[in-house]
Design a protein around this ligand. Structure first.
Ligand code: PEP
Ligand code: MG
Length: 315
C-alpha cells in the first residue's frame, strides 16, 4: 500500500490545500547529479562543491571547474541548482590554501570566513559557476556557508553580483544569523537553513561526536525555536527560506518545518517521495498545528511522538 501511495503522488511539492513547497535534492558530485536529475523533483537545493577542491594539490583552474559544474548542471535542464560555495576549514583543509591548524575548527576560519581570507579562490569559483550556468541554461543560484552577520551576507552578494550571477543566498546555520535573519537576508535573495550545523551550534555539541547524538537531534525544541525565529525573520524580510540539512528528509519533521514557515525542502534524493506524500496529506494549517505541538514539547522524543500522533496516517 505504501509503495502504491508513493507512486501515485508525483509533481511539485505542495500541501493538500495547494501551498507550494519546492522539493529539491542535496548532491555532492556528478554521479549524484545524474541520479537526482532523472527524478521527479524541482532541482537541487544544496550542491556541496567541496569534492572539486579537497583532493586537489593545486587550485583547480576556471576551465577545470567550469567543466565539472557543466556536468553537474546538465542533468537539470532549466531547473534550479543551488550551489554552495566552498565550505572548507581546518577540519577539511585545502592543500593550496592552508590557513594553519586550529584548536576548534568548527569555530574557526571555515566556510565564508575562509573565502574572505582568500577572496581569489571564491572569485575563481564564481567565474566558473557563471560560465557553466551560461553554457547549460540551468537556473543557478549561489549561496555561502557559515554566514554569521549581515555584513558578511552583503559582502558575499557583492562578489556574486560582480560575476554576473543573478541570484545570491546564504546558509543559515549559525544561531546568530538565525536570530537576525531579517537583517542577514536583507541583501540577498534567499536563505537556506543548514540544520546539521545549526543543531551543533545551538546545543554546543560537536556533530562528529556520536555520543552526543541526542543533543544534535533536530527535533530538539531549542533547535526548533531557532528555526522558528529564522522563519519569522525571513517572512519580515520577504525572502524565501528553505531547509537543506538532513532534517528536511524526515517526513514528520518536514511537516513541522513547513508549519514554521519554511518554503522549500532539500534532501537526499531517495527521501523526496515520502516527504511529498506527507505534505500532500496535510493542509498548511494542519502543518502549523503540528509545528505548535512540536514547539510545546519538552524533549525531542516528546516532540516526535506528539507530531506522529497528530499527523495523518499516510505519513
Ligand atoms: C548543514 O550544516 O546542515 C548543511 C546542510 O551543510 P553541511 O552538512 O555540509 O555542513
Ligand atoms: Mg553546514
Amino acid at each position: 500500500r505504501l509503495a502504491e501511495a508513493l507512486a501515485d503522488v508525483t509533481g511539485p511539492g505542495a500541501t493538500a490545500d495547494g501551498h507550494h513547497v519546492a522539493l529539491l535534492a542535496n548532491i555532492g558530485g556528478v554521479h549524484d547529479a545524474e541520479l537526482a536529475g532523472a527524478e521527479d523533483l524541482e532541482g537541487v537545493g544544496l550542491f556541496r562543491t567541496e569534492f572539486v577542491f579537497l583532493s586537489a594539490d593545486q587550485e583547480p583552474t576556471v576551465e577545470e571547474q567550469t567543466e565539472i559544474y557543466r556536468q553537474v548542471f546538465a542533468p537539470f535542464g532549466d531547473r534550479r541548482v543551488v550551489v554552495r560555495t566552498l565550505d572548507a576549514g581546518a577540519d577539511k583543509p585545502l592543500a593550496f590554501a592552508d590557513l594553519g591548524a586550529e584548536d576548534n575548527p568548527a569555530l574557526g576560519r571555515r566556510g565564508l570566513r575562509l573565502s574572505q581570507a582568500r577572496p581569489e579562490i571564491l572569485a575563481t569559483q564564481l567565474e566558473a559557476l557563471a560560465a557553466a550556468a551560461e553554457a547549460t541554461g540551468a537556473d543557478v543560484r549561489v549561496m555561502a556557508p557559515m554566514v554569521a552577520t549581515a555584513a558578511e551576507a552583503r559582502w558575499f552578494a557583492e562578489q556574486v553580483r560582480a560575476n554576473g550571477l543573478p541570484s545570491s543566498g546564504v546558509m543559515i546555520e549559525v544561531p546568530g544569523a538565525a536570530l537576525r535573519a531579517a537583517q542577514v537576508l536583507a541583501s540577498v535573495d534567499f536563505g537556506s537553513l543548514g540544520t546539521n550545523d545549526l543543531a551543533q551550534y545551538t546545543m554546543a555539541a560537536d556533530r562528529m561526536e556520536g555520543e552526543l547524538s541526542e543533543l544534535l537531534d533536530p527535533w530538539q525544541p531549542a533547535v526548533l525555536d531557532v528555526i522558528a525565529a529564522a522563519a519569522t525573520g525571513a517572512r519580515e524580510a520577504g525572502k524565501p527560506l528553505g531547509v537543506c540539512g538532513e532534517s528536511a528528509g524526515d517526513p514528520f519533521l518536514a511537516l513541522v518545518l513547513v508549519g514554521l514557515g519554511v518554503t522549500s525542502l532539500s534532501m537526499a534524493t531517495g527521501k523526496v517521495r515520502a516527504v511529498r506524500l506527507a505534505l500532500r496529506s496535510h493542509t498548511l494549517e494542519q502543518c502549523e498545528v503540528l509545528a505548535k505541538e512540536a514547539l510545546a514539547a519538552e524533549s525531542p522524543e516528546d516532540a516526535r511522538q506528539a507530531v506522529r500522533a497528530a499527523a495523518a496516517p499516510e505519513v
